[in-house]
Design a binder for this molecule. Structure first.
Ligand SMILES: Cc1ncc(COP(=O)(O)O)c(C=O)c1O
Length: 398
């Protein structure tokens, strides 16, 4: 049976151009970028070209690109590296978004554990960021504001540009805005120049969500962060690579594959949006026309064209059985999706992002996530709804 892979927010297939870029680095260009001989120099040059490619794709300077082991490490580096070791005692030290990925949320909890004043931003009634409350919470003593751009569970596109304006108006010279852009890369145009414009800021990126390799990503610092020397304290100590911000022999094949994936993702934003939007609309239309709707299944944040959503990821509240049971039955029909986010699926606890959206615990246990890429077709989405409708006959009334 053909596999219906509708879990692209968890990970994506490595594309052919990315595989080719990696193969070249694994094979001919195997030097250590820190070695002085020609093989090392060639690897070093390839690495710096990759840095420039990533910078160009997001409107940053190459000097601001710190390659990491992925989105999780990029978020950790920002959260732990750009916050003080002790509370200022004058107000919120750290503000974090209400629906952040665990790689932001858990470090923020750790920072609260060592005594920093860490506060969580709120959602407004329409599911967007409460920007009035956010602006009230920011002051000159705030070291870091961390807010994702696109949510990984239900696809909300938060108005981070307005949050940046609030940080500029209310924060201090060194207040830093960190944006987890892992789910936004390749889905929205990213331009750090206009987003941060004079503001200390950073983006977290990850390769494997955009047809690149797993285990590689970047923290990209804004021009103002570089100019003001507002750089993260390194979490790893070693031999000085990457200006000592993230030492260790660089993962050259991974980084070259990542850079190619980022470049293609940035070039392909319009195409990816058109394709994922067609898939999304087909999914929602098929859902509305199926018996599932009458059984109570509903998309948590249905598609609307007001710029407040990214089309490629949606959460579906299903009736009856918990999500694991639905996923198991779908798997038997070769439909692959996930429960909440992939990282959450292994844990027993409920997604704080779904709870922030206003779901009751009983509902948060019955949420399936479907996510699309430019490769997903409307026909696949209709087939997934057919499979859901078929399994609903036994699961909806459990
Ligand atoms: C919004 C968001 N941030 C961060 C991450 C973590 O990225 P990585 O898997 O590269 O560590 C993910 C991955 O699920 C994500 O969706």
């Amino acid at each position: 049976m053909t596999i219906l892979y509708l879990d692209h927010a968890a990970t994506t297939r490595v594309s052919d151009p990315v595989r080719a870029a990696m193969a070249a680095a694994l094979d001919a260009d195997f030097g250590n970028p820190s070695s002085r001989h020609p093989l090392g120099a060639a690897a070093g040059e390839a690495l710096e070209a990759a840095r420039r490619t990533v910078a160009r794709a997001v409107g940053a300077d190459a000097a601001g690109v710190v390659f990491t082991s992925g989105g999780t490490e990029a978020n950790n580096l920002a959260l732990f590296g750009l916050t003080p070791k002790a509370a200022s005692g004058r107000g919120a030290d750290v503000l974090v978004g209400p629906t952040e990925h665990p790689s932001v949320r858990v470090p923020a909890e750790d920072l609260a554990g060592i005594g920093l004043d860490v506060r969580t931003l709120a959602l407004d009634a329409s599911g967007g960021l409460d920007l009035v409350a956010a602006a009230d919470a920011i002051d000159t003593s705030t070291a870091l504001v961390a807010q994702m751009l696109v949510n990984n569970e239900f696809g909300t596109h938060y108005d981070v540009a307005r949050l940046a304006r609030a940080v500029r108006a209310r924060g201090g010279e060194a207040t830093h805005l960190h944006v987890d852009a892992v789910q936004a890369l390749g889905k929205l145009p990213l331009d750090m120049g206009s987003l941060f414009d004079g503001l200390c800021g950073s983006l977290a990126l990850s390769g494997h969500k955009v047809h690149g390799p797993k285990g590689v990503g970047a923290l990209v610092l804004s021009r103002a962060a570089l100019a003001k020397g507002r750089l993260p304290r390194p979490m790893i100590r070693g031999g000085g690579q990457q200006s000592d911000l993230r030492p260790g022999t660089e993962n050259v094949p991974g980084i070259l594959g990542f850079a190619r994936a980022v470049e293609l993702a940035a070039e392909g934003v319009a195409g990816a949006r058109a394709a994922t939007l067609a898939a999304r609309i087909a999914f929602e239309e098929a859902l509305a026309a199926s018996p599932l709707a009458a059984l109570g299944a509903r998309v948590l944040v249905p598609w609307s064209d007001d710029g407040r959503q990214a089309p490629h990821v949606l959460s579906l509240l299903v009736p009856g059985a918990p999500s694991e049971v639905w996923l198991h039955h779908l798997e038997e029909r070769s439909v692959y999706a996930s429960a909440g986010s992939a990282c959450q699926a292994k844990k027993k606890d409920l997604s704080p992002a779904l709870l922030a959206l206003g779901l009751h615990a009983d509902e948060a246990r019955r949420v399936l996530r479907f996510s699309f890429s430019a490769e997903t077709t409307p026909a696949e989405c209709r087939a997934a709804i057919d499979a859901l409708a078929a399994v609903a006959q036994s699961l909806a009334h459990l």
